[in-house]
Design a protein around this ligand. Structure first.
Ligand SMILES: Cc1cc2nc3c(=O)[nH]c(=O)nc-3n(C[C@H](O)[C@H](O)[C@H](O)COP(=O)(O)OP(=O)(O)OC[C@H]3O[C@@H](n4cnc5c(N)ncnc54)[C@H](O)[C@@H]3O)c2cc1C
Ligand SMILES: C[S@@+](CC[C@H](N)C(=O)[O-])C[C@H]1O[C@@H](n2cnc3c(N)ncnc32)[C@H](O)[C@@H]1O
Length: 599
């Protein structure tokens, strides 16, 4: 188990937070909130510069206690342009724990209600991007827990304003390098303003070299001067609000509807057979990450998506059947694999707990192998999630998409009749993706899940899995490649029972002879076992290929796809966006073809 890192902050006798590593204070002794307002908010021309804007993007170097962001959100709350959306991006190499942040922010009762909105969903310490959502304010925050240079290199946004708040250049030159300021400029919208409390030579030189025009302004408190740095250029006119259609009402379609609604965009969702008719309609689903000891981009994607899914389902509350899933060792290499993953920084400290055979046996009530307890994993009820995110689904089997003159799409049924027209179309049709996207790299894998009533158990997985439902338990599931028949089979319930008895023989014996009900549906898998999430071109987008983990993957990937479609910053770091890009197989084929030609 990874221990929590030591707190990066100590508090002075008068309660001022100070960095243990840099010795510098997080905010001014002469009034942190007043300094934030003078240096960063007014320094970036806020709130005037977001007047009339549909979207405004703010970037920050140095998240710290979150004070700047709370002050920004408070200003946005009071001066939000009608229907406006605020996207915030911040970076932090040494994140504070929630208790330290609460202690630091307690000094500012004036902004306590907004501070509580941040503290109640305080980001964790897992390496990578963390998305937070302030639904009532029309705002999101992506916090990159990593070094600033890596964070900016991985971010796809373009900020209208920057808060440069990375401790004084004298004690922390790494936050003021030429390379970092060049990245700030590259991740800026035309006319962006970067504000800082320091006018130190290194900061000025680096910003000027990156193309900013500098202006010194009277400083706050004891500081003589502060800096406002401006990029040339004017903003392009904003796009009109698009008409949006989602095809497919499984977890992918539902998560897209949710993600678009967060941006204030209402979508029409169509399904040929009703919500949850496909793979997303099982009685319950596990929300678990793929445990990938490679610790590379695929492992990071699964860890980030899992974290996001858990936070979103937790905030909903009602769909959760149980918390905690025990992953049992299924082979000789699992002990090492589990230990490596539990010690990594992909997950929150303490959330993955190695258990010996005695502990797992005590938990499951029968002799069991050692395992890894995924303390934050969930069993959820899909029907509730789909209903909350997609209360209205239109019946409609889309057979064809036709380009409209002047942009957008016509969605037609098998008789050529128009279902709807839309500017943006999201394909979320699961295993049937190739019908609307010819060449979709999808391989179908039939799966049957078996349900039994009146008996319950803790959730455990080992390749196969078992978990509680509201009325009993479920176990499975079968994997039959290229089989697309969805009629339940009695022999598949027996195959599931045999798989259960391999790790839970007592439970399997208890179930033998009880009535069992099977449900079969089709998983959509891809050649590299990674999802398809992104743009297909001309206003067409896809979220699919979710394989056996749609409930863990869909919420974050839907936020990514919605961001791409609406021109908002993505919550996914660029290297993770690249491995789910839907064009990756075609691009690879093209690379191989041009190499072969060159030979
Ligand atoms: C037996 C089994 C057990 C599983 N257990 C889990 C689990 O515990 N945890 C987990 O995370 N994942 C699990 N999965 C995987 C998970 O179910 C899938 O990853 C997920 O449901 C895929 O969601 P989707 O929205 O992409 O596709 P689907 O849920 O299949 O939805 C696609 C929808 O599109 C509609 N549609 C298709 N074509 C058209 C069209 N042309 N026009 C209109 N509508 C159309 C369909 O009617 C369907 O409703 C399991 C899968 C199986 C088979
Ligand atoms: C002055 S504090 C930020 C104060 C913060 N804006 C607030 O409102 O509380 C500077 C922050 O930058 C972070 N930091 C310093 N060097 C960094 C780096 N190279 N990459 C990312 N974060 C860094 C520190 O850990 C610290 O939290």
């Amino acid at each position: 188990m990874r221990p929590a890192p030591p707190s990066p902050v100590s508090f002075d006798a008068d309660g001022l937070p100070r960095s243990r590593r840099f010795g510098d204070v997080y905010f001014s002794r002469e009034g942190g909130l007043a300094e934030t307002r003078a240096v960063f908010l007014a320094g970036c021309g806020l709130p005037e510069r977001w007047t009339g804007r549909r979207r405004f993007v703010v970037g920050e170097l140095g998240f710290g206690t979150g004070l700047n962001i709370v002050a920004l959100l408070e200003l946005w709350r009071a001066n939000r342009p009608p229907g406006g959306q605020l996207s915030i991006f911040s970076v932090e190499a040494e994140p504070l724990g929630a208790d330290d942040a609460r202690r630091a922010l307690a000094a500012f009762p004036e902004i306590a209600p907004v501070a509580e909105l941040l503290l109640s969903q305080w980001p964790g310490q897992r390496a990578g991007f963390h998305r937070l959502e302030f639904r009532d304010l029309g705002a999101t925050l992506d916090l990159a827990v990593m070094d600033a240079e890596a964070a900016l290199a991985a971010w796809d946004g373009r900020a209208d304003a920057w808060f440069l708040d990375g401790f004084a250049p004298a004690v922390n030159p790494g936050m003021w390098t030429d390379a970092l300021m060049a990245l700030v400029a590259a991740r800026s919208a035309p006319g962006a303003i970067a504000a800082s409390y320091t006018v130190a030579g290194q900061a000025r030189r680096a910003l000027a070299a990156a193309g900013f025009a500098l202006a010194r302004q009277p400083g706050f408190g004891g500081k003589r001067e502060r800096l406002e740095a401006c990029l040339p250029g004017a903003l392009a006119p904003e796009r009109a609000r698009p008409r949006v259609a989602i095809v497919g009402a499984g977890i992918a379609g539902a998560a897209l509807a949710r993600a678009l609604a967060v941006h204030g965009v209402a979508a029409l969702t169509l399904d040929a057979a009703g919500p949850g008719a496909g793979a997303s309609g099982n009685v319950a689903a596990l929300v678990t990450p793929r445990l990938d000891a490679g610790l590379g981009a695929a492992a990071q994607l699964h860890a980030q998506a899992f974290d996001r899914a858990v936070r979103i389902y937790q905030a909903m509350g009602a769909p959760i059947v149980v918390r905690g899933v025990l992953q049992l060792e299924a082979g000789p290499r699992d002990a090492l694999r589990f230990a490596k993953i539990a010690a990594s920084d992909l997950f929150e400290p303490g959330e993955l707990v190695l258990m010996d055979a005695g502990e797992t046996s005590a938990l499951l009530g029968e002799p069991s192998p050692p395992g890894l307890m995924l303390t934050r994993a969930l069993v959820v009820e899909p029907a509730q999630i789909l209903h909350v995110w997609m209360p209205d689904v239109l019946p409609g089997a889309v057979a064809r998409l036709e380009r409209r003159e002047g942009g957008g799409w016509r969605l037609l049924d098998a008789n050529g009749l128009l279902c709807i027209e839309a500017d943006l179309v999201f394909l979320a049709t699961g295993a049937d993706l190739a019908r609307l996207w010819s060449g979709a790299p999808i391989q179908p894998v039939r799966g049957q899940l078996t349900e039994a009533l009146g008996v319950t158990t803790s959730a455990a997985a080992w390749g196969a899995y078992v978990g509680p439902t509201r009325d009993g338990l479920m176990f499975g599931a079968t994997h039959d490649r290229d089989d697309t028949d969805t009629a339940p089979r009695a022999e598949d319930d027996q195959r599931n029972l045999a798989a259960l008895s391999a790790r839970r023989p007592r439970l399997a014996a208890q179930l033998a002879g009880s009535p069992l009900a099977g449900r079969a549906s089709i998983r959509a898998t891809t050649p590299d076992h990674l999802p398809l999430a992104g743009a297909l071109g001309d206003g067409l987008f896809v979220l699919g290929g979710l394989g056996a983990r749609g409930f863990a993957l869909a919420p974050l990937l839907a936020e990514h796809v919605a961001a791409l479609a609406l021109g908002a910053p993505s919550p996914l770091p660029a290297p993770l966006a690249a491995i789910v890009a839907p064009g990756r197989f075609a691009a690879k084929r093209q690379r191989i073809a041009s190499r072969t030609k060159a030979l």
